[in-house]
Design a binder for this molecule. Structure first.
Ligand code: ATP
Ligand code: MG
Length: 153
């Protein structure tokens, strides 16, 4: 069941930026490149959960003085948005697996970073239920970009 709502995406990104903790721990630069005038019509709770998980990961798995950037683009039929980080990156042979429930990359690397390994599995399901697509691009030691494309409602 959908509950469509119109909302300002840039404001939502700012709100998520401000409620996530590792910003201070890692001295991150948070860039909100979403147009201040972009109004999005989606299931607001679903959309917020997707964004919260992706931004949370981008901040958690970042490095000291790193950057998180959120951007968005609307075409005739789609809304595409990306969360890009300068963090640890994900090895190519694990890039499909991070969408599985409870999968976490290299336990030793992330054991000091709390998490259950469910966030991306939930995001993947929500995007699929919305007839959207999700794409991960990542390089170890450089960073990751996750792009989500959702049909316009
Ligand atoms: P949860 O989100 O449930 O609190 P989690 O963050 O460990 O826990 P996921 O969000 O599903 O779980 O991510 C799965 C794993 O993928 C993470 O444990 C981490 O190893 C890796 N990962 C996810 N996002 C990133 C990222 N932006 N950069 C580097 N590694 C990432
Ligand atoms: Mg997570």
């Amino acid at each position: 069941a959908h509950s469509l709502q119109e909302f300002n995406m840039s404001e939502m990104v700012d709100k998520i930026f401000n409620t996530k903790q590792p910003k201070d721990r890692l001295n991150l630069t948070l860039k909100n490149d979403v147009s201040e005038t972009l109004m999005v019509k989606q299931d607001k709770r679903v959309f917020e959960q997707i964004l919260t998980n992706l931004i949370g990961n981008a901040m958690k798995y970042n490095r000291q003085n790193g950057t998180v950037k959120v951007s968005a683009m609307v075409t005739a039929h789609e809304l595409a948005f990306a969360v890009k980080d300068t963090g640890l990156g994900i090895p190519s042979d694990e890039q499909d697996r991070v969408f599985e429930r409870f999968y976490r990359v290299d336990k030793s690397r992330t054991q000091s970073i709390p998490g259950t390994g469910l966030g991306l599995a939930i995001v993947h399901d929500l995007v699929e239920q919305s007839q959207g697509q999700i794409e991960l691009e990542s390089q170890v030691g450089v960073g990751s970009t996750i792009t989500v494309t959702l049909p316009l409602q």
